[in-house]
Write a protein that binds this ligand. Sequence first.
Ligand SMILES: O=C(CO)[C@H](O)[C@H](O)COP(=O)(O)O
Length: 237
Amino acid sequence: MSLEEAKQFAAHRAVDEYVKKDCIFGVGSGSTVVYAVQRLAERVETEKLKVTCIPTSFQAKQLIIKHKLTLGELETHPVIDVTIDGADEVDADMTLIKGGGGCLLQEKIVASCSKKLIVIADYTKDSVKLGDRYKKGIPIEVVPMAYVPIQNKIQALYGGEVKLRKAVAKAGPVVTDNGNFILDWIFTNQDLRWDKVNSIIKMIPGVVETGLFVNMCEKAYFGQPEGSVIERFGVHP
Ligand SMILES: O=C(CO)[C@H](O)[C@H](O)COP(=O)(O)O
């Protein structure tokens, strides 16, 4: 079974279990979400469901449009029934690292407006402690003018290395859908209280959002190498 098939199985299972009737649906970002949107589009077509989709990124919006789904926005739909999104890592407490694709801000806004946040991922994202499996650090979206002081402050508070994310097909930094930069904090202490870390980093002027999702995820589906899907439950505030 390939990694892509593992993602697909997790995505299909989540859509089949959580999209039961007409609903407001938050569309996450990343490669695993592509399979969820494909499945949703099939079900909308065959079951004549009335689903309004709220995107978490430019990519998500493009997916909604491509599959001819109904596009909504938080202005008109501020309460979302369920959001299905990917993750870069999920620890034993169901704390997530998100933002590998740079969409953490809108992902967290949409998740915060959702009655349920459901994660879909392949087995490589399932870990005990953050940093066990995902080595690229915690993404932090920042206002461009403040990136150096923010790097210094996080390093002084918690150590590790805070790197400005560079674009691949352009000379210079990644610019998010919101016009900001992304810092990737490669942390060395895996035993931090992530709820506190999240609050403290968010207090630094110029920090817009962190990729730490603490106590937000209700359930995660992990596609396995042999084709099964493992479910793990978290708490919902
Ligand atoms: O947080 C994200 C984007 O900001 C993605 O959900 C995360 O990076 C997982 O992506 P993929 O499904 O491609 O592994």
